[in-house]
Design a protein around this ligand. Structure first.
Ligand SMILES: C[S@@+](CC[C@H](N)C(=O)[O-])C[C@H]1O[C@@H](n2cnc3c(N)ncnc32)[C@H](O)[C@@H]1O
Length: 368
């Protein structure tokens, strides 16, 4: 398995691996995530990855309880108001540092599994591009561009224009640059920066895309204000986020397998995690707050296709942040049980000689 740096491991302490006879069984599943009863973070204090991991397992634990609410998170993003539930929130710098270490560590996995990931996320990129109305001379900004999509596809559609790929993590943008060279795409440039502090003048871009980046930003309202600031009047912003885990078995299967081995504290404060923006209207409210108009959101289906259940597990365990971090905390016997559990579950999705696991993303568009 690919090994992220020690910093990722050190910053991700949420999993305590024990015997399989002590599975996580959240007692507070139906309580809002920001209630005091859910704030017992204790020794996880000030670890963003901890909050992320706790939430994950809490949400996934709830998947095993039919007819109970997954999460009664309020529709309005609390962090957009500049406050966080559940005591001191990690600072923006702390969040960025954890995200930087995490994604630098995951970059090799993203490059290794590039074609599988891009096939899975392709329909979401296509949906974003369709709503942005790209012209051949567009000046486009791709935020949290990672390994380059949808920015590289947009660059091909605007040969007389320019696409700026930005990301917090240089290692991810290095891959994007390599992919651009391999694809013969020359009208791009890369810039390392955080989404909430963009080094561009007001009204620079015709369009802005953010595919699966929103959930990781330290301040989602500040980032949205930045996207609106750098858009030209009439320019469009389109982003995507994951909807709830129950509709995303491609990742829920792996996380349930991990949760069966981990003793985890109940969830705590708001902060970066994969399902942070899952509530309907969450991102639309941010767009409204930034003064955008003609806002619409809609769901897009995806499918993760691998050759076998074993390849599914290999891929997930090398590029999904929580899986990588949790597995590093596990001893070899626990890792093997998690692998066996995930492989057994995902086998239900075998069809026509492939494993096809569905998922659902939400896209959100708005105009300045
Ligand atoms: C799930 S990847 C998405 C990559 C690409 N857009 C795609 O859809 O394939 C999330 C990306 O968000 C980036 N990221 C995390 N925090 C960020 C921040 N504060 N500002 C900009 N990018 C950030 C990570 O480095 C990572 O490349």
């Amino acid at each position: 398995m690919l090994k992220p740096p020690a910093s990722l491991v050190a910053s991700t302490l949420a999993f305590a691996f024990t015997s399989p006879t002590t599975p996580y069984a959240p007692e507070t599943t139906d309580a809002p995530l920001n209630e005091p009863a859910n704030q017992a973070c204790g020794y996880f204090d000030r670890s963003v990855a901890c909050v992320q991991a706790i939430r994950w397992v809490h949400l996934l634990g709830s998947l095993t309880r039919p007819n109970r609410a997954l999460c009664s998170r309020p529709e309005l993003p609390s962090c957009s108001l500049g406050r966080m539930a559940g005591g001191p929130m990690p600072s923006a710098d702390e969040i960025r540092n954890v995200q930087r270490a995490t994604w630098a560590g995951l970059s090799a996995g993203w490059e290794k599994w590039d074609s599988v990931i891009m096939d899975q996320l392709g329909p979401v990129g296509a949906a974003i591009i369709e709503r942005l109305g790209i012209a051949e001379d567009h000046q486009h900004l791709d935020i949290a561009a990672g390994t380059g999509e949808p920015g590289l596809s947009i660059a091909r559609l605007s040969p007389k224009g320019r696409v700026v790929l930005t990301d917090l993590v240089a290692e991810m943008l290095d891959i994007a640059a390599r992919r651009a060279r391999a694809q013969g795409v020359a009208n791009i440039e890369t810039k390392v920066c955080s989404a909430d502090d963009l080094p561009f003048s007001d009204a620079t871009f015709d369009s802005v895309s953010v595919r699966f980046g929103y959930m990781f930003f330290p301040d989602v309202a500040k980032a949205t204000a930045e996207f609106a600031r750098v858009l030209k009047p009439g320019g469009r912003l389109c982003s995507s986020v994951w909807v709830k885990p129950g509709e995303n078995p491609w990742t829920a299967i792996a996380m349930q397998a991990i949760a069966a081995e981990a003793v985890v504290a109940p969830p705590g404060r708001d902060g970066p995690d994969m399902f942070r923006c899952a509530a309907p209207g969450y991102v639309s409210a941010l767009y409204e707050g930034a003064g955008l108009r003609d806002i619409a959101e809609w769901d897009v289906g995806v499918e993760l296709v691998t050759r076998s259940p074993e390849q599914y597990w290999e891929m997930i365990s090398e590029h999904v942040s929580l899986a990588v971090a949790a597995l590093q905390q596990a001893g070899e016997p626990a890792r093997e049980r998690i692998r066996a559990h995930a492989i057994a579950k995902v086998s239900a999705f075998e069809k026509d000689g492939k494993v096809r696991v569905p998922g659902v993303a939400r896209c959100i568009v708005g105009t300045k």
